[in-house]
Structure formats: C-alpha cells, structure tokens
Design a protein around this ligand. Structure first.
Ligand code: TK8
Length: 335
C-alpha cells in the first residue's frame, strides 16, 4: 500500500517537473522567421537568404531562427505577401513589383528605363525615396526594412532575335502580375500576359507564351535557356527585391532583435549586390553558350525608351506625380 502511495507521489512530482521544464523550454522558444522565394536554391537570392540566416542566428545566439523555402514551395510572391498581412509568414524578399496591389507608390520602380546604372539604383533605394515607398506599405500590414537586388530585366523569347522595337510586335510575353509592365509591353506592340513566376518555365516550354523578361541571373539559374533561344539586353527595368516583414510579427519582436534583424538584412544586401554584380559578366557568357544573345548599344536602346515613355504619364497620377518628379530629378542630378 505504502509503495503505491509513494509511486503516486513520484508520478505527480514527475508530471509537475515535466510541466516546469515545459515552461522553461517555451520561455526560450526562438522567434521564427519563415520566408519563401520563387527562385530556386541555385539563385543568388537564395544564397543571400542563407547568408542572412547565418548572420542573424549567430548575432542573436539562436534567439531568432530563419526557415527558408525556395522554388515557390511556400507560395508565389502574392501568396507570401498575403501571408505577411495575415501573420502566417514573417518575411518577404521577392520582387517588390506585385506589392503595388497594396500601395501604388511601388509602381515607381516599374517605370521603364528609370534606372540606368547600379549606382543610381543603390542611391535612390537606400535613400529617403526608397524608404518612402517601403513606409507606404505599413497600412497594409507590412514593415519594409530595405532592398536587395533582383537586377536589370532582360528579354528572352523562343521566336526571333529582337533587335529593334519592331521585332517586339505580336510577341506573347509573360509579365509579373502588376499593371505597369503590361502598359510598357503593349506600347511596344507585344502581347503581354501577367503570370506568377512559378508557372513561367512550363508556359515557355509549352509555348503558351513566346517569351519573358528577367535578369540574366534568373534566366541562367532557372534554366530558361533550355526553352528560350533568343535574348536581348533590353535592361528596360531594374527590379529591386523588397525586404518586408509582417507587422503582426514585427510588433511582437523585442527591440534588440529588431536591430539584429535590420543589421542582418543590410549585411545580406551588401553580399547580394556584390555577388550578383561580380557574377554578371560570367552569367552572360555562360548564357551565350546556349542562346543567341543580341547586345544593343545605349543608342539602339533609346528607340525602346522613346516608345515606352508615355507609361510615365499614364501612371504618374497613381504613383503620385510629385514622387515621380522627385525620383526623376534625383536620378538626373546623379548622372
Ligand atoms: C521570383 C520573382 C522573380 C520576378 C518575376 O519569386 O516574377 O519575374 O522577377 O524574381 O520575384
């Protein structure tokens, strides 16, 4: 009889200890930052995420942990943005373009031929205008911390070499799911279709569309060259990746970790830009092995620029005429 009582007491103690332990564990539970991208694990973007993860987990001693997904396994860019709003996903670092759905100011970066150099992109994005665009997403539940690099977008297609704007006429092109590129390519006489990135390879392969536009690095890492014969260095737009956090998550994160997250984002940004730019020529040379690449001179590209210029007037009212004016002035003064 005594034995059973003793056993019962021990059992109760054991359960109590378990609970105590459980509580201790939960007090130490790390903050989790989940994020997902459309590009695959060979991309500079994924390497940038791995860099950030290492930096942040080290600097917070594991108190903040990152979980990384690639190849759209967490959803396409729009789905991740919606996850941020709901608080089910903590971080977004895809092309900021599709976030135009939540703030029209984001459309600024889709204006054709806005940036002509990396120096211009860095100065504008890392300065007050870049911050103004990020801040405009807060009412939609997203906290913008900074910009990483997707890069200058280049045109590929499976039907013919594009050397002049005339060659664009009738080309069926996939564009990002956001309005400015639709207008840009319509002005050039092409036939654009918005589509999520995860569907692009198959759409090109099955000839649902003839072409697409993305930086050289994406064309290589996603093997678009397997289904695209022709490329042209249109560089019509510089796409920034926007590094955004769910406001629901951010508001709960202690200040010391907010600081650590910001520092990791900026360290990863520097790694990202350096890696992508150093690799650019090599990437292009590699693509030349598989594709017929047309390199146009700045003079030849002016013809594309001229035709697409009305896009500025079309979208300025939505973006904010003053913001467009300030951005253009800032960039002109840099040249
Ligand atoms: C990947 C996208 C991609 C973008 C696009 O998720 O959709 O074409 O350029 O990089 O963000």
């Amino acid at each position: 009889m005594k034995k059973t009582i003793l056993a019962a007491i021990l059992a109760v103690c054991g359960i109590a200890m378990l609970f105590a332990n459980g509580n201790q564990e939960s007090a130490k539970k790390p903050y989790i930052i989940k994020t997902g991208i459309g590009l695959n694990d060979q991309s500079v973007q994924f390497k940038t995420l791995e860099f950030m993860k290492k930096t942040l987990e080290q600097s917070t001693d594991g108190a903040v942990v990152m979980q990384l997904y690639h190849s759209s396994t967490l959803g396409d860019d729009m789905a991740v943005l919606e996850g941020l709003q709901l608080g089910t996903i903590e971080m977004f670092c895809g092309t900021i373009g599709p976030a135009a759905q939540f703030s029209s100011k984001v459309k600024l970066f889709d204006l054709p031929f806005l940036f002509t150099s990396y120096a211009q992109a860095d100065a504008l994005l890392d300065g007050p205008i870049g911050q103004e665009v990020l801040d405009s997403l807060e009412p939609a539940g997203m906290i913008g911390i900074g910009y990483w690099e997707n890069g200058f977008r280049q045109l590929t297609n499976s039907s013919r070499p594009v050397k002049t704007p005339k060659d664009m006429i009738g080309l069926k092109l996939r564009t990002m799911p956001t309005p400015v590129p639709l207008s840009t390519f319509r002005l050039l006489g092409a036939n654009p279709t918005p589509m999520n990135f995860g569907e692009v390879f198959t759409a090109l392969q099955q000839k649902v569309v003839d072409g697409q536009e993305n930086p050289w690095e994406t064309i290589l890492s996603n093997k678009f060259y397997e289904v695209q014969k022709y490329a042209t260095n249109t560089g019509h737009v510089y796409s920034p990746f926007g590094v955004l956090f769910s406001k629901k998550f951010w508001d709960k994160l202690p200040d010391e970790y907010k600081q650590a997250v910001k520092e990791a984002v900026y360290a990863a940004r520097d790694f990202n830009r350096k890696t992508a730019r150093e690799a650019e020529q090599r990437t292009l040379n590699e693509l030349k092995k598989y594709m017929e690449v047309t390199i146009l001179s700045p003079e030849e590209l002016k013809a594309f620029q001229k035709i697409t210029r009305p896009v500025y007037d079309e979208f300025a009212p939505e973006i904010g005429p003053d913001l467009v004016k300030r951005a253009v002035k800032f960039l002109n003064e840099m040249q």
